[in-house]
Design a protein. Structure first.
Length: 322
C-alpha cells in the first residue's frame, strides 16, 4: 500500500496545479476579453472553453510524446463524455435549468460534425497532419464566425459596459495583474499536466490497469475539474446557458484544439476498442446535447440523475472489460 503514496501525491499535486492554473488562466482571460469588448458568451465559447481545455491539452500532448497514445485519445474522448453526461447532470442536480436553442444553434451541429470527422478518420488510420489541419482550421473559422456575429446582441457587449472597464483607476496595474493571472495560470497548467500524467501512469502500472481505461476515467475526470467547478458556480446562479455553453465549448476545444494540435505534433493511433466502444458513446453524448438544446425545456433533477447514472454505468461497463 505504501508504494501508492508517492503516485497519489503526484496525482493530487497535479490536480491542484491544473485546477488553480485553469482558474488563473480563465479569470485573467475573461478580464482581458472585457477590455477588448467581447461579450461573456463569446468569451465563454472561446477563451473560457480553451482555458478549461488546457489541462486536456497538456495531458494529451505529454501522453502522445511519451508514447502512450491510449491516454491521449482516452483523455479527449473521456472528457467529452464526462462533460456531456456527468457535468450537465451535476448542474441539473444542483439546480434545474433551461437552455435556449438560439445560443447554440451553430455549436452543437459543429460539434456533431467534428466528432464524426474524428471517428471517421480514426477508422482509416492514425490521426495525423490531415486531421490536425482540418480541426484547427475549422475552429479558427468558427472563431471568425463569432467575431463577425458580434453585432448580434447575444454575442456583443453593451457600450456602457465596455466603456466602464476603461475608467477604472490605475488601469495599467490592472492590466499587468490580468496578464500575470493568464500567464501564471498557463504555466501552472503545463507543469500540472506533467505531474498529473506521471502519477496516473504510475498508479495504472501498479494496479495493472490499461492506459485506455486511465485516459477514459482518471485523467478525463481529473482534467474536467475546471468545467465541474464552473458548472457548480453557474448552477448556483441558475445560469443554464453558461453550463451548456461551457460544456459544448469545451467539447469543441477538446476535439479541435486538443486533439488537433496533438495530431499535428505527433500522430495519434486510436485503439480498436476505443473506435467500437467509446466513440459510439461519444456520438450518443452529442445526440443527447442536440436533443436538449433543440427541446429547449427545463433540465430537471430527475433527468440530471439519469445522466449521472448513464455515465456511472458506462464507467462500470468499461471497467468490467479489463
Amino acid at each position: 500500500m505504501t508504494h501508492l503514496i508517492i503516485p497519489l501525491l503526484l496525482l493530487c499535486a497535479g490536480l491542484m496545479l491544473l485546477t488553480f492554473g485553469a482558474e488563473g488562466l480563465v479569470e485573467g482571460s475573461l478580464r482581458l476579453s472585457r477590455r477588448l469588448g467581447l461579450s461573456p458568451l463569446v468569451a465563454g465559447l472561446t477563451i473560457v472553453a480553451f482555458g478549461t481545455s488546457c489541462p486536456e491539452l497538456g495531458v494529451s500532448l505529454s501522453a502522445a510524446i511519451k508514447g502512450v497514445p491510449d491516454i491521449a485519445i482516452g483523455n479527449v474522448v473521456g472528457s467529452n463524455i464526462a462533460n456531456a453526461f456527468l457535468i450537465v447532470g451535476i448542474g441539473a442536480m444542483i439546480r434545474p435549468f433551461r437552455c435556449h436553442p438560439s445560443l447554440v444553434r451553430i455549436e452543437v451541429p459543429f460539434l456533431f460534425v467534428m466528432t464524426s470527422l474524428a471517428w471517421g478518420l480514426a477508422l482509416l488510420g492514425p490521426l495525423h497532419l490531415t486531421y490536425g489541419l482540418m480541426a484547427v482550421g475549422a475552429f479558427s473559422l468558427y472563431c471568425m464566425y463569432l467575431y463577425r456575429a458580434r453585432a448580434n446582441p447575444a454575442y456583443s457587449i453593451g457600450e456602457a459596459e465596455r466603456s466602464s472597464g476603461g475608467k477604472r483607476p490605475r488601469k495599467y496595474i490592472h492590466l499587468f495583474y490580468e496578464l500575470a493571472l493568464a500567464v501564471g495560470g498557463l504555466l501552472a497548467l503545463v507543469y500540472g499536466s506533467k505531474v498529473f500524467l506521471i502519477g496516473a501512469i504510475k498508479i495504472g502500472a501498479i494496479l495493472g490497469v490499461p492506459d485506455l481505461f486511465i485516459g477514459l476515467t482518471i485523467t478525463a475526470v481529473g482534467t474536467s475539474l475546471p468545467e465541474i467547478a464552473a458548472t457548480v458556480s453557474a448552477a448556483r446562479r441558475g445560469s443554464g446557458d453558461v453550463i451548456m455553453g461551457n460544456v459544448i465549448g469545451s467539447n469543441l476545444a477538446n476535439l479541435c484544439l486538443v486533439l488537433g494540435i496533438t495530431s499535428l505534433i505527433k500522430p495519434v493511433r486510436v485503439a480498436h476498442l476505443a473506435m467500437v466502444r467509446d466513440f459510439p458513446m461519444l456520438m450518443v453524448s452529442c445526440l443527447m446535447l442536440l436533443v436538449l438544446v433543440v427541446r429547449g425545456g427545463k433540465i430537471g433533477r430527475w433527468f440530471g440523475l439519469l445522466l449521472i447514472s448513464i455515465y456511472s454505468g458506462y464507467v462500470f461497463f468499461i471497467y468490467g472489460l479489463i
